[in-house]
Design a protein around this ligand. Structure first.
Ligand code: NAD
Length: 356
């Protein structure tokens, strides 16, 4: 059956990197991948086209699509708009409208780029971690929250860290499913020595594990996990964790690879529908200059193929093509080192298509 992909280029470098990702999809379509692509506006582009960062038409197309491929949103020209009209609102809006609760953030280091990392090559070479972060619950959304003044006149701020059993169960299942598609090792990260919410988290994860006997499950406290990520990151395959812990750990993990222009991400719902996007932003400082690295977006296409379309072989073809162009010595400015060949956005996209 033909699958529908909604393409949302967004702002800044978004349209430039998306052009290259679409070239890759067109090439795979010529090889038999059965897809249809629609286009929509989001972020500042949504505001310019329809007066809001998530136009109704975009949301309608997103609901109909099997997967959404997004570039990036944001730009200085939108920073003075009222909060509800700002580009980032479009992103939060589409995530919550589609119920995308499972955020997949890989940290994969290509051996050719080992010197881009701030860590020693022997610590990070071969690194391939997947962090599964719960995206719609916990302390970022929990009620009650606020800032209040106590009877003694002292002000206090408060938030609520809360997870229901079904919320924990669905993110655990999502993580076990992903572990099954990888090396079948899952580390659940919590703070069960201090927090009741983590106690419940651990109990539910252990229960879900019974349905996945092939996956080796371990548990780690979040403070130790932060330390282990920089001490010996290669011990991890898949990590699953709460929204806030995942926010922090996934940023730390992505920086182990040293190259923001290389890292894709996915956000999935309970049925495998997903939104796929690079982890970087709209890079207004280099927008329109043809120098942005399109690889994070192209590798997001690989994730889309693997996790929504179940086309693992095509996903591997893209990843192998990306690796091949790095072997050829081609580098965009963000990953350039002496002795390699500097190329622009379109040249990099063309080289990956050729390597496919
Ligand atoms: P950014 O990720 O856009 O840029 C950070 C730095 O990395 C910049 O120097 C940029 O040139 C560089 N960079 C980013 N992507 C690159 C690529 N593909 N190739 C080469 N270099 C790249 O983060 P920022 O500067 O903090 O934010 C800029 C705008 O993006 C803001 O409006 C912010 O709100 C928005 N933003 C959007 C998202 C998103 O759409 N998911 C994420 C983060 C930030």
């Amino acid at each position: 059956m033909t699958k529908k992909i909604l393409v949302l280029p967004g702002d800044g470098i978004g349209p430039e990197i998306m052009t290259e990702a679409v070239k890759v999809l067109d090439r795979l379509r010529a090889d038999g991948l059965s897809i249809e692509m629609e286009r929509g506006h989001i972020g500042g582009a949504g505001y310019d086209a329809a007066g809001k960062p998530l136009p109704d038409e975009t949301l309608r197309l997103a609901r109909e699509a099997d997967a959404v491929l997004l570039g990036a949103v944001g730009g200085p020209q939108y920073d003075t708009l009222p909060r509800e009209s700002r580009p980032e609102r479009g992103l939060l809006g589409i995530r919550s409208a589609l119920g995308l609760f499972s955020n997949l953030r890989p940290a994969l280091l290509y051996p050719q780029l080992v010197h881009a990392s701030t860590l020693k090559p022997e610590v990070v070479s071969g690194l391939d971690i997947m962090i599964v972060r719960e995206l719609t619950g916990s302390i970022y959304f929990g009620q009650p929250r606020g800032i209040r003044t106590r009877e003694d006149g002292v002000r206090e701020g408060f938030n609520t860290m809360i997870y229901s059993e079904p919320e924990i169960e669905r993110i655990a299942r999502s993580a076990f499913d992903i572990a099954m598609k990888r090396d079948r090792k899952l580390c659940s990260v919590d703070k069960a020595n201090v927090l009741e919410v983590s106690e419940l988290w651990r109990e539910v994860v252990v229960r879900v594990a019974k349905d996945y006997p092939q996956v080796e499950l371990s548990h780690m406290y979040v403070d130790n996990a932060a330390m282990q990520l920089v001490r010996a990151p290669k011990q991890f395959d898949v990590m699953v964790t709460d929204n806030m812990f995942g926010d922090i750990l996934s940023d730390a993990a992505s920086m182990l690879t040293g190259s923001i222009g290389m890292l894709p991400s996915a956000s999935l719902d309970a049925n495998g529908k997903g939104m796929y996007e690079p982890i970087h932003g709209s890079a207004p400082d280099i927008a329109g200059k043809g120098m942005a690295n399109p690889m994070a977006t192209i590798l997001s296409v690989a994730m889309l193929l693997r996790y929504t379309l179940n086309e693992a072989a095509m996903a591997e073809r893209i990843e192998a093509a990306a690796s091949k162009v790095l072997d050829q010595g081609l580098r965009t400015a963000d990953i350039y080192t002496e002795g390699t060949t500097k190329v622009g956005t379109a040249q990099m996209g063309d080289a990956i298509v050729a390597a496919l």
